[in-house]
Structures are given as structure tokens and as C-alpha cells.
Design a protein around this ligand. Structure first.
Ligand code: GDP
Ligand code: IMO
Ligand code: MG
Length: 459
């Protein structure tokens, strides 16, 4: 039996240990990807953090979700909004990759790109820089229509819907799991065969949801023209990713969509989305091994927001919530709905950290708290007057928890011009340090405004 030696790769720290077994030299780990993930219920400011990191990235990727996401990037006072495209596509030197875990509404993809292209220079040459995995599932118009009907039925039958974005996310991931979905590779392989399968699927949905209007010929015609357009962009995603990881050193960025508490497994089920928005989704959604995951940055808003229905223990249905909503301009990028607002909930962020293992935090929208005389932070959940040791899985239990808060003094001054930690008022510094200590994770960035420049970097 041969012995195994471990030697480190000398030239590039991104490459890990190289085990050598006798004459066989195993391959190096390769490049490591940097991951940006939402740590609450979404809209934490992931787009802005990605934009910051994407400025020197070679490749930017999306691994899950669809155009239910809404990521804002502000460059030179132009506000871009991304839903399906990785926000980092705004860097004209970056290749953008949409992985197999993403669900794609093709006409929506082109509309989004063209809309952003009209806004400014950011999307120059995007069509030549976009790569799409052949294993990604396709969202059809009828998935979106069915999403709406399902919501209506939930309301009628149970008196409560989920508050989905109606982008077809639940129906398309259901079809994927039921093994009746259609993928990009099917569209490109043989259009006649694809059309037959599409018609079969449309018939199936029509039988289940008779009120849904499906324009079979119209949608097939649209898909045919989309097919011609995406052909040059489509690759075997696993092979493409493998080459990126094992080619020359590259900065690869992964932009999570949605967030930990919306994750299909770990979120506040059933009030969640239908994909894994936590770190596991990076590997399954891009087709890459876990040892290639490097930094995992959790994006945490300095307070909490939630769009749609579901328990929200630190929600403030009062003037505090209204102030956060108004000052924070908390309106959904995808649906235009007002976001519900409340205090920062560290029980919830700690839970997200247990799943994701954040290596650092980006704390956003600190400036929104500038006018508050005191700031509360949720630190413990009590149930029947007893603290509970973990984040409850059951929604009825989560609805019942009583939050124990710590109260910190506010700073009553404008932080928007701060560019260094030392520029922040003392109480704002204390707020950041408090969060850092409570979570046991360093805060690497602090957001004090919408623009690229309004981000303090600590290390
Ligand atoms: P995402 O879904 O996580 O990318 O976040 P959204 O784009 O949906 O929502 C975040 C909103 O907050 C956007 O309008 C951003 O421009 C804005 N934003 C991000 N960071 C900051 C910040 O530090 N301060 C302020 N005032 N706004 C911010
Ligand atoms: P970003 O990436 C906030 C919410 C919806 C709804 C639930 C299910 O911008 O942070 P879906 O359409 O996915 O079936 O809706 O999930 N939701 C989000 N909320 N930000 C998001 O994305 C969201 N993506 C989905 O509001 O409650
Ligand atoms: Mg958003």
C-alpha cells in the first residue's frame, strides 16, 4: 500500500493541497469561488455587494432561482435592476454564467438585458459574454399563469396564499422534481421533439387548471426565435465550470438569489421559494465540488424586511416599521409590493450562519437607522416564557415566539458620507461591533447608501 503525502501548491494560494500517491499526482483543488448569499428574507443588498466584488471578477455566476429575484445596482447614478442575469455582468470584462440550478424564462431574460442595456453603458457586449448551462430548466408562460392560479386557489381554499412573485418558480421546480420539465438542451437538440413534449406538458397543465389560457403556437414561435438567439451562449455547464476552476487563476463570483429564510429546506416553509438559496445550492446549481467554495459572504441588512406572507417575529407594525419602510424605500424590485419591516433579528441571522458558515458579513443600509433615538435587536426567542435553543421549523410555533430584545443607543446623525469605520459616530460603531460579537463573524463591509462608493470596507 502506498503512502500519501500532502504538499502545498507554491504558486497560487487559490490552489489547495496536492496529494501525491506513489507515482500518481492528483489534481489540485483549483480556483475557489467567492459566494454572496442573502442571510435574511431577501433584498438585503446582494446586488450592491456583488457589484462591488464583480469589478475585478473574471466570471460571475447565478446558481439558483429565476426572475423572482430583484437585485439593484447603482453605477454613476444609473439604477440597474437584475432578475435572472448575474448582476456582475455590469463589469464589461466579466463572463456571466447561468448555471443548471437556475430556471429560465427566455423572453424575460432578453427583456431584462435589453432594458438594462438602454439605461447605461454597463451591459455593453452582454450577448457575447453570457454563458447558459444546457441543463437549466425552462420556465414557460403557463408556469407563470399556473403560479397565479395556485395562489388564487390557496386563498380560496385555505384563506391564505404564499405571496409568490408569480414568475412561475413553484410550478417549474415542481415539474423539474416530477421529471416532466424541459431543459435548454431539449430546446436545442430537436425542436420538433421539444414541441411535442411542450404540447404534452401544456395539455397536462390545462387538465389540472382549466381556467389557464395557454397560447401553444404563440409560445412555441417565441421559443423558436429565442432558441436561435441563445444557441451560441449554451454550453455543457459542468465542463464549462470545470475548465474555469482548473484553468489559469480566475476570480469567480457566485451571486445567491433570494435568501436563507426563503430556502426550500431551511426557510420558513411553506412561505419560501422553491430552490436552495443556501450554500449547498452553489454546488448543485453550478455542478462544482464543495472544496472549490472559498469565501462565503452573508449579506445582512441592518434591520429586517420581508415581502410576501409568513411569520416575522421582529416585525414592527407601527411607526417604527413605517419609518424603516419609507426611509429604506422598501418596495419590491420584482413586484413593486411594499416590504414589511422590523428590527434586526440575530436569532435568524445566527441560524443562517449555522447553515452557510459565513466567513464575513456585509452589513447594509446602516444609514437608514440614522434618525432613531434607540435601536432594538432581537437576540432570543421565548416560547411560553422559556427561551428556545433553536430556530423553530414549524410556522405556527414561529408565529407564537416572543422576541427578547437588546436595546442599543442610536446615533442621531447622518452616516451617508462615512467612508472609513472611524468616520462613523461612536454609537454606530458600537452597533456594528455588537453584531459582530454576537454572531462571531467579522463584518467586512458596511453600507451607508445606494451608490458603489457608499460602502465602508473594514479589512
Ligand atoms: P437584493 O435583492 O439583495 O440585491 O436587494 P434589492 O436590490 O432588492 O434591495 C436593496 C435596496 O437597498 C436597493 O434599492 C439598493 O439600492 C439599496 N441599498 C443597498 N445597500 C444600501 C445601503 O447601504 N444604504 C441604502 N440607503 N440603500 C442601500
Ligand atoms: P432577492 O434575490 C424577497 C419571496 C416572495 C414570496 C416567496 C415565494 O431579490 O432577495 P416565489 O415567487 O419565489 O415562489 O415566491 O419568496 N421571494 C423573495 N422575497 N427577495 C427575493 O429575492 C425573493 N424571491 C422570492 O415574495 O414570499
Ligand atoms: Mg431583491
Amino acid at each position: 500500500m502506498c503512502s500519501v503525502f500532502l504538499t502545498s501548491h507554491n504558486t497560487n494560494p487559490a490552489f489547495g493541497l496536492v496529494p501525491i500517491c506513489g507515482a500518481v499526482q492528483w489534481s489540485a483543488v483549483g480556483n475557489r469561488v467567492t459566494v454572496v448569499l442573502g442571510a435574511q428574507w431577501g433584498d438585503e443588498g446582494k446586488g450592491k455587494v456583488v457589484d462591488l466584488l464583480a469589478q475585478d471578477a473574471d466570471m460571475v455566476c447565478r446558481c439558483q432561482g429565476g426572475n423572482n429575484a430583484g437585485h439593484t445596482v447603482v453605477v454613476d447614478s444609473v439604477e440597474y435592476d437584475f432578475h435572472l442575469l448575474p448582476s456582475g455582468i455590469i463589469n464589461p470584462k466579466a463572463t456571466a454564467f447561468i448555471g443548471n440550478g437556475v430556471v429560465i424564462h427566455l423572453p424575460g431574460l432578453f427583456e431584462e438585458a435589453e432594458k438594462n442595456e438602454r439605461k447605461g453603458k454597463g451591459l455593453q457586449g452582454w450577448e457575447g459574454r453570457l454563458v447558459i448551462s444546457d441543463r437549466a430548466h425552462i420556465v414557460f408562460d403557463f408556469h407563470q399563469a399556473v403560479d397565479g392560479v395556485q395562489e388564487q386557489q390557496r386563498q380560496e381554499q385555505a384563506g391564505k396564499n404564499l405571496g409568490t412573485t408569480k414568475k412561475g418558480i413553484g410550478p417549474v421546480y415542481s415539474a423539474k422534481a416530477a421529471r416532466s420539465g424541459l431543459r435548454i438542451c431539449d430546446l436545442l437538440h430537436d425542436f420538433d421533439q421539444f414541441s411535442e413534449r411542450y404540447k404534452g406538458l401544456a395539455k397536462h397543465y390545462k387538465s389540472m387548471y382549466p381556467t389557464v389560457v395557454i397560447d401553444v403556437d404563440g409560445e412555441l414561435a417565441k421559443l423558436k426565435s429565442c432558441m436561435e438567439r441563445i444557441k451560441p451562449m449554451v454550453r455543457d455547464g459542468v465542463h464549462f465550470m470545470h475548465e474555469a476552476l482548473h484553468g489559469p487563476p480566475k476570480k469567480i463570483l457566485v451571486e445567491g438569489a433570494n435568501a436563507a429564510l426563503l430556502d426550500i429546506d431551511f426557510g420558513t416553509y411553506p412561505f419560501v421559494t422553491s430552490s436552495n438559496c443556501t450554500v449547498g445550492g452553489v454546488c448543485t446549481g453550478l455542478g462544482m465540488p464543495p472544496q472549490n467554495v472559498g469565501e462565503v459572504y452573508g449579506v445582512v441588512k441592518a434591520y429586517t424586511t420581508r415581502v410576501g406572507i409568513g411569520a416575522f417575529p421582529t416585525e414592527q407594525s407601527n411607526e417604527i416599521g413605517e419609518l424603516l419602510q419609507t426611509r429604506g424605500k422598501e418596495v419590491g424590485v420584482t413586484t413593486g409590493r411594499k416590504r414589511r419591516c422590523g428590527w434586526l433579528d440575530l436569532v435568524l441571522v445566527k441560524y443562517a450562519h449555522m447553515i452557510n458558515g459565513f466567513t464575513a458579513i456585509a452589513l447594509t443600509k446602516l444609514d437608514i437607522l440614522d434618525v432613531l433615538p434607540e435601536i432594538k435587536v432581537g437576540v432570543v426567542y421565548n416560547l411560553d416564557n422559556q427561551p428556545i435553543p433553536h430556530f423553530p421549523a414549524n410556522q405556527e410555533v414561529l408565529q407564537r415566539v416572543e422576541v427578547q430584545y437588546d436595546t442599543l443607543p442610536g446615533w442621531n446623525s447622518d452616516t451617508s458620507a462615512a467612508r472609513r469605520f472611524e468616520d462613523l459616530p461612536e454609537n454606530a460603531q458600537k452597533y456594528v461591533l455588537y453584531i459582530e460579537e454576537h454572531l462571531g463573524v467579522p463584518v467586512k463591509w458596511i453600507g451607508v447608501g445606494k451608490s458603489r462608493e457608499s460602502m465602508i470596507q473594514l479589512f
